[in-house]
Ligand binder design. Structure first.
Ligand code: ZN
Length: 408
C-alpha cells in the first residue's frame, strides 16, 4: 500500500520495487492493516471539564487506541448547541494535530429538551449529527420536529434512549443482582420503550435515526424489526456492554457504573449475536472520563460512565478470538459502518481514499494499567485485565499520529 499526499495512492503487490529513497517503508507482516477505526460516540470534555479530559489528551488516547476519527458528544460546558462552540472544538482539534474530531451538535438548546437548536448553523460549523446525549429527548413532539428538521439538513439524529420516568435515577440494571445488593435500579424497558417510540417517529418522518449505546435484548429486537421494515435506523453498542454484566456492580465498584447500565448475561448474548449479524451496525466506545471526585463516592452518588478508547480493540477482538465475530465484521463494525451511519469519510482502503489507516497487532499481549493510558482519567473497570491485540500504528491523512511499535 502506497500512501502519498494524504491519500492511498496504490494498493497491490510489488509496489516497493520502483520507489525512491525518500519513501518510508513500514513492515506490517503479521499485522492487520485496516481502515482507520471510527468512534461514533465519545466525550472529550472540552470545553468546560478539562480536569477530566481535553481535546489534546482525548485525541491522543484515541490515536493510541487505533481510532483515526472520533465523534465528540455535545454535553460539554457550555454544551455544543451553537456555532461558536462547534468552531472552538474544530479549532482545538486542528491544533491538537491528532485524530479527526467530528463534533456532534445538540438537538435542543442547552440540552434542555425544550426548543430545537439551530441545526443548520451547527452543520455549517462542522457538526456531523445531532444528539442530546447524556439525556434523552423525552418530549415526543419535540423529537418528531427534531427528526423532521434534521432531515432537511441530512443530519442523523442520535438518541440516548432512556425514559426518565421509568429509569427514575436508577444506578444499575433492575434485576436479581440489584435486589441482592440493594441498589436503586432502572429496568431495561426504560431503554426499549424509548427505542419503540422513536422508531415510530422515524417511520413517520423518514429521518435518519441512530440508537446510541444500545444495551438490552428487547432494544435489539425492535431495531431488527425496524430494519426489516426498511426504516433508516442504525445503532451502536459499547465494548463494555458486550463484555460485562450487572454482576460487576455487585461489589459497588463505581467504575462499572454506566448509563445505560450493564445488563444481564442473556442481554450480552443477544448483543453479541446482533453485532455479528449486522443488526448492530457499530461498536462505539462511549468514552466517558471522570475524575476521582465523581467516582470515589458511594455507588448511587457516582457519575455514570467509563473510559474506553484505549481498550476497545482488545475487547472486541476477544469476540473474534472466540469465533463470535469474523475479522471482516470487526473491520465493518469498527470503521466502515460507523462511517456510513453518519456519512463520514473513511472506512475504506481503496485507492484514492483518505489515508486513514490502523495497523493492529492481533497477538500483542498486555495488561491494562490505567496509569499507562493516555487519557487524563483512569476510570476503567478493565484495570488489571489481560488483553490481547492493540494498535501499533495509527495514520490520519497520511500522517502517523500514533506509533507503538516498541511497546510491550
Ligand atoms: Zn448516552
Amino acid at each position: 500500500m502506497l500512501v502519498k499526499d494524504g491519500v492511498i495512492a496504490r494498493v497491490g503487490a510489488g509496489i516497493a520495487g520502483g520507489l525512491g529513497k525518500d519513501v518510508r517503508i513500514v513492515d506490517v507482516r503479521g499485522r492487520w492493516v485496516v481502515p482507520g477505526l471510527i468512534d461514533l460516540h465519545c466525550h472529550l470534555r472540552e470545553p468546560g471539564q478539562e480536569y477530566k479530559e481535553d481535546i489534546g489528551t482525548g485525541t491522543r488516547a484515541a490515536a493510541a487506541g487505533g481510532f483515526a476519527a472520533v465523534c465528540a458528544m455535545p454535553n460539554t460546558t457550555p454544551p455544543n448547541d451553537t456555532r461558536a462552540v462547534t468552531e472552538l472544538i474544530v479549532r482545538r482539534a486542528r491544533e491538537a494535530g491528532s485524530v479527526r474530531v467530528y463534533p456532534v451538535g445538540a438537538i435542543s438548546k442547552g440540552l434542555a429538551g425544550e426548543a430545537l437548536a439551530e441545526m443548520g448553523e451547527l452543520k455549517e460549523a462542522g457538526c456531523v449529527a445531532v444528539s442530546d446525549d447524556g439525556r434523552p429527548v423525552m418530549n415526543a413532539e419535540l423529537m418528531r420536529r427534531a427528526l423532521e428538521y434534521a432531515r432537511t439538513f441530512g443530519l442523523t439524529v442520535v438518541q440516548h434512549c432512556e425514559d426518565l420516568t421509568l429509569s427514575a435515577g436508577g444506578a444499575m440494571n433492575e434485576g436479581p443482582v440489584a435486589t441482592r445488593v440493594g441498589v436503586r435500579a432502572q429496568p431495561a424497558s426504560a431503554e426499549s420503550t424509548m427505542v419503540a417510540r422513536d422508531l415510530e417517529l422515524c417511520a413517520q418522518t423518514g429521518a435518519r435515526y441512530h440508537v446510541a449505546h444500545l444495551s438490552s435484548a428487547e432494544s435489539v429486537r425492535l431495531v431488527r424489526e425496524a430494519k426489516r421494515r426498511g426504516l433508516p435506523v442504525t445503532c451502536e453498542v459499547t465494548p463494555h456492554h458486550l463484555t460485562l454484566t450487572d454482576e460487576a456492580c455487585a461489589t459497588y465498584d463505581t467504575r462499572c457504573k454506566c448509563n445505560p447500565p450493564l445488563r444481564t448475561q442473556a442481554d450480552v448474548e443477544v448483543l453479541r449475536e446482533a453485532l455479528a449479524d449486522g443488526t448492530i451496525d457499530a461498536v462505539a466506545t462511549d468514552h466517558a472520563p471522570h475524575s476521582p471526585v465523581e467516582k470515589e463516592v458511594e455507588f448511587e452518588q457516582a457519575a455514570f460512565g467509563m473510559i474506553g478508547l484505549e481498550t476497545a480493540i482488545p475487547l472486541v477482538m476477544e469476540l473474534v478470538r472466540e469465533g463470535r465475530l469474523s475479522p471482516a465484521a470487526f473491520v465493518t463494525r469498527m470503521s466502515t459502518a460507523p462511517a456510513a451511519a453518519f456519512g463520514l469519510p473513511g472506512g475504506s482502503l481503496t485507492e484514492g481514499a483518505p489515508a486513514d489507516i490502523t495497523v493492529i497487532d492481533p497477538e500483542a499481549a498486555w495488561t491494562c494499567d490505567p496509569r499507562a493510558l493516555r487519557s487524563r482519567s483512569q476510570n476503567t473497570p478493565f484495570a488489571g485485565r489481560s488483553m490481547r491485540g492493540r494498535a501499533v500504528l495509527t495514520v490520519v491523512g497520511g500522517k502517523i499520529v500514533y506509533s507503538g511499535e516498541n511497546q510491550s
